[in-house]
Design a protein around this ligand. Sequence first.
Ligand code: MV4
Length: 457
Amino acid sequence: MLKKVLIANRGEIAVRIIRACHEMGIQTVAVYSEADREALHTQLATEAICIGPARATDSYLDMTSILSAAVVTGAQAIHPGFGFLSENSIFATMCEEMNIKFIGPKAETIDLMGNKSNARNAMIEAEVPVIPGSKDYIHTAEEAEIKAKELGYPVILKAAAGGGGKGMRKVMAPEELIPLFSQAKAEAKAAFGDDRMYIEKIISPARHIEMQILADEHGNVIHLGERDCSLQRNHQKVLEEAPSTFISDQTRQEMGETAVRAAQHVGYINAGTIEFLVDSDEKFYFMEMNTRIQVEHPVTEMATGVDIVKEQLRIASGIPLSIKQEDVTLTGHTIECRINAENPAENFRPSSGQIDYLFLPSGGNGLRVESAMYGGYTIPPFYDSMIAKIITKGENREEAIAKMQRALQELVIHGVDTNQYFQEAILQDERFVSGQFDTDYLQNVFLPTWQPQTPRN
Ligand code: MV4
């Protein structure tokens, strides 16, 4: 087993990984920016090293500083968490070259999946259903017009380097294609320095359902079932749950087997997620693969009882998976609400500053809270606004919802604005409660009629 791991991240995920390490007897090295001297991850790790100024590009994205910190502390491995360097194949390669284990898949797998067009083609080879679309890059609006006519409108233009909505445009009719193609291409160039584009038919209405997989270095690949992540705002997930209310046991099994085949085909190692779009006939299509631990991993942990971060550490140590596919079952119903420091009444503008008073929900069965906040902590303005995740599990969905409502009512955060009232409103929404929603629901149906309440705190 690894003896010392450096965590190249901050916030709740850094704390989550540090806790797993300590429970496994692994020493931890935190790295922190000048803005994170008082952060919880800095305090909880065995050792902590300052890696630079507040701005992420000068600290959490500074590969040389982080690798230097690993060398001087004698860390054998680096866990990148999510965001920052977690899907950076150059960083994974640099780790390899310095004989430091990157806790994730091989650099070449990160590269392959990072190019969403190449990922599609790899999935076609693996006989995984992909969304009807272009095999090759689309270089000009004229080429796009030909391909769009072939596919039939509406279509969606996507950046190969994209994911998360940047460089993406929905095209409803032929006359929109030329301006939208140049917009998407320019956006991709600016965001990624890579403006290679591809095109797909639009799947709508659709659910976003993803399968969690685990793969060790001995050829064992399993899936841990799905998470339904259809409730998103601006391509940010808001609430996730397992199992999905939408798919049958047969579809679930087929999606799981497909996800395992996808991972096997690319020689995947460690934890990963295959994202699918599922249409109204329950036909599922590969959308992209995330080659990292995800924010919503606790949903699967609560649903299956498998500790995904501990499995990642075992896999990186060369130890086989601790569970077999036949031992994995999704029990009950699990929901996660993301708590962001933002003001829903001001178009979800991020909020920062000191937390004067904090009460995190607790008590009862089937409640988990992931956060790096504490009373008196100051949320810096430089990073992501997600400050906590509340996860509840019940025998059934109604129970999980009731527990989440109770937990959200208990949550008290004074000093910064949060989206907790937005989450409470979703949980009370008739369409959410009925399970009848798709990827467009939150943004296009729920939000336009939602009136932000005045916070009760
Ligand atoms: C799509 C799609 C419909 N059809 N592709 C959004 C982010 C990026 N990961 C891909 N996205 C989409 N791709 C085809 N062919 C709809 C979306 C999409 C979406 C997907 C999942 C959850 C929420 C979404 C909100 C808007 C658009």
